[in-house]
Structures are given as C-alpha cells and as structure tokens.
Design a protein around this ligand. Structure first.
Ligand SMILES: [Zn+2]
Length: 85
C-alpha cells in the first residue's frame, strides 16, 4: 500500500495561537507571525516583543511611551538577545 505524501500536514501541531495567562494577550508562536500580525494593524504603532514568561512565545503591543518620547530606543527595550535561541 502506497502511503500518501502529507506535505505540510502535521508539520505544525499548534497553528492556532493561544493567549498568555500572565499578560492576558494573544500569544504568537514565532516572531515572524507576531510581526506579520503587527503589520496588519495599520495606523497603530505595534511591534512584536518576546513574552518574558514563556520561552519562544511572542506578543504584539504598542511602543512604550519612553520610546515615543525618545528617552529609550525600541531596540533597548525589545532586543532581548538572540543568543539564547
Ligand atoms: Zn505574556
């Protein structure tokens, strides 16, 4: 019996995004997905940031006031380092 080629099927078990119990925000399972969602929010200055409670999970949110007022850069806040990936 020839087995069917399930290209892509079952590759990602958790496609649907869940929510974070700590921050009560939507969780994204990858940075790329969070970024894509942020870009769809036209007129909003949203960007992705890593949830500090769960590894490899992401949220999107508004830029903090400190960034908008120039006291800190977005990189200072959001660049949590990629060395632990
Ligand atoms: Zn969170």
């Amino acid at each position: 019996m020839a087995s069917r080629d399930h290209t892509g099927a079952g590759r990602v078990s958790g496609w649907h995004d869940s929510s974070c119990a700590v921050h009560r925000k939507r969780l994204y399972a990858s940075r790329a997905r969070a970024r894509k969602a942020a870009r769809h929010a036209h007129g909003e200055h949203l960007r992705e940031y890593r949830c500090d409670q769960q590894d490899d999970m992401w949220h999107i949110g508004h830029l903090p006031a400190d960034v908008r007022q120039g006291r800190r850069t977005a990189r200072q806040i959001y660049d949590t380092g990629d060395t632990d990936a």
